[in-house]
Design a protein around this ligand. Structure first.
Ligand code: HEC
Length: 288
């Protein structure tokens, strides 16, 4: 019995260890001209979370600024209203702020019923088909649709961007070494080129981009968006918000999964304590 208990304890320990290992962010080496600047993110570590209002702001920046060039192909509209997503809850548009009181937000369990998600989706035209006559047709988006790409194909994307290809952003935070720190540094890393450096036509000097010259014009200009929640749209603020949104988009269910993992750990712990007392009780009158 003693060995059985010890084995159980070792098993529980291994499970706890494994849970922490899988939750830890992948270590990455910086790859650009300069190492990206370290930034404190709310979503870092196994207990990290996303602040919903920040995800809403980040989505606004993506939609109004980045989406004209960058796709988000792994994201469906419905993801925006699931779990920790930006629009699972949102301020009630019919509520009037009284005496500085904030009204209860509206929350939707099912993204298909969520009016904000439906409205975002329906503003995009989706190519569907073929219909009975074999023709493709256009219709307004619904929550189940994937985010549509801004270009018909890679050739068109390159033709519109001086030959450079704006990569899909749904996995960019995971795909680049330096992750969220790198993408934030890149967005804020446009400066005057150093004396004597020849910046080729159509390129911009950016000290964090490998090689130092990037085909993307500085996308974030002071006040380019007007935030619905009144936050001041400085370049720093927009960069933090949009990168937070992209980090969420790279794994929309991570926070929800971590929360489940934490519940499992608590359960295992309580179970181990109970087992220990049960063991003591059962064997209390037996001579060892
Ligand atoms: C006018 C089009 C355009 C807009 C708007 C735009 N980008 Fe880009 N972006 C590009 C192009 C083109 C590239 C490829 C650059 C290259 O390879 O030199 C790129 C590259 C990137 C990269 C990849 C850099 C790397 O390491 O390869 C990231 C990240 C990125 N953009 C983020 C954003 C974000 C976030 C926004 C919105 C705030 C945005 N972009 C807005 C055109 C755009």
């Amino acid at each position: 019995m003693n060995t059985l208990f010890r084995n159980l304890a070792v098993l529980a320990g291994a499970l706890i260890g494994a849970a922490f290992l899988t939750a830890a962010p992948a270590a990455a080496a910086p790859g650009g001209e300069h190492a990206p600047e370290d930034h404190a993110w709310t979503f870092e570590g196994p207990f990290g979370t996303f602040e919903r209002t920040q995800l809403q702001r980040g989505f606004q920046v993506y939609q109004e600024v980045c989406a004209s060039c960058h796709a988000l192909e792994h994201i469906s509209f419905r993801n925006l209203g699931e779990g920790s997503g930006p629009f699972t809850c949102f301020p009630d548009p019919d509520a009037h702020a009284e005496d500085g009181h904030h009204a209860e937000p509206l929350c939707y369990e099912n993204p298909n019923d969520n009016p904000v998600v439906r409205q975002i989706a329906s503003a995009y035209m989706i190519t569907d088909g073929p219909d009975d006559a074999g023709d493709m047709f256009e219709r307004p988006g619904v929550p189940a649709d994937r985010w549509p790409s801004p270009f018909a194909n890679e050739q068109q994307a390159r033709a519109s961007n001086g030959g450079a290809y704006p990569p899909d952003l749904s996995l960019i935070v995971k795909a680049r070494s330096g992750g969220a720190d790198y993408v934030r540094s890149l967005l804020l890393g446009y400066h005057e080129a150093p004396e004597g450096l020849d910046v080729r036509p159509g390129l911009y000097y950016n000290e964090y981009f490998p090689g130092g010259q990037i085909a993307m014009a500085p996308p974030l200009l002071e006040g380019i968006v007007t935030y619905a929640d009144g936050t001041e749209a400085t370049t720093e603020q927009m960069a933090e918000d949009v990168v937070t949104f992209l980090a969420w988009a790279s794994d929309p269910h991570r926070v929800d999964r971590n929360r489940t993992g934490l519940m499992v750990l608590i359960y295992l712990f309580v179970f181990a304590v109970l087992l220990w007392f049960a063991y003591k009780q059962v064997w209390s009158r037996v001579e060892h």
